[in-house]
Design a protein. Structure first.
Length: 218
């Protein structure tokens, strides 16, 4: 069927979240590998801001960004795998992959906050709340969870390429423009969030990210 309409899929906040997270994860990896730990902390704070925002946006954002829309049960997954029509936004498997990645990012952030390096010099902003052994355990989990995160990212990229090459669906373009090509009769209205909702979510996320990383001595 020839596509002759542009379907709204992703709002601007989701697109900004996606591409900023891509950049920050790469920067976080580079700063850790090159021992620029001050930059690594700043990058971690920015990632915390993004993840908190995404969690909030999953409840109050545009329709396709909400967790209630992303999470489908076994029946929907079986129907999709059997050749059913994919919904607007993530398909049932893609929705669960988003949740898996967010959960892993939360583990990555949480352990980084408490992590302590082997000589006790470089530590997470909340490391004063745990002892040395607990901080070292957090550091070990932090490293392992990042390896798992890299695997998930690799699977995500592979899935995007599969849809582009095998199913002729340009998911990258949709994440850049917010719209995707569909047949005119297949267009489904997606409820958009209000600007004031976005401003409140950004403010709350910024306050939480600042508070978590604030110097306990201040």
């Amino acid at each position: 069927m020839i596509s002759d309409a542009r379907q709204f899929v992703w709002d601007l906040p989701i697109r900004l979240f996606h591409w900023l997270l891509v950049a920050l994860l790469g920067f976080s990896w580079w700063s850790a590998e090159t021992y620029h730990m001050d930059w690594h902390r700043w990058s971690g704070q920015a990632v915390l801001f993004l993840v908190v925002f995404r969690l909030i946006w999953g409840f109050v954002g545009s329709g396709s960004a909400r967790f209630a829309y992303l999470l489908k049960g076994p029946r929907a997954i079986r129907a999709y795998l059997a050749g059913g029509v994919a919904p607007v936004g993530h398909n049932p498997l893609g929705g669960w992959s988003v949740i898996a990645m967010l959960l892993l990012l939360m583990v990555q952030l949480g352990t980084g906050l408490f992590a302590v390096d082997i000589d006790g010099i470089e530590s997470g902003p909340l490391s004063h709340l745990v002892d040395f052994d607990q901080g070292r355990l957090a550091a070990a989990i932090h490293a392992t969870s990042f390896t798992i995160l890299q695997i998930l990212i690799g699977l995500h990229v592979a899935a995007v390429l599969f849809y582009l090459l095998a199913r002729r669906r340009n998911l990258i373009g949709a994440m850049l423009t917010g719209r995707t090509a569909v047949a005119s009769e297949a267009v489904v209205p997606v409820r958009r969030a209000r600007a004031v909702t976005f401003l409140i979510a950004v403010t709350l996320s910024g306050v939480i990210a600042w508070w978590v990383f604030a110097d306990p001595m201040l």
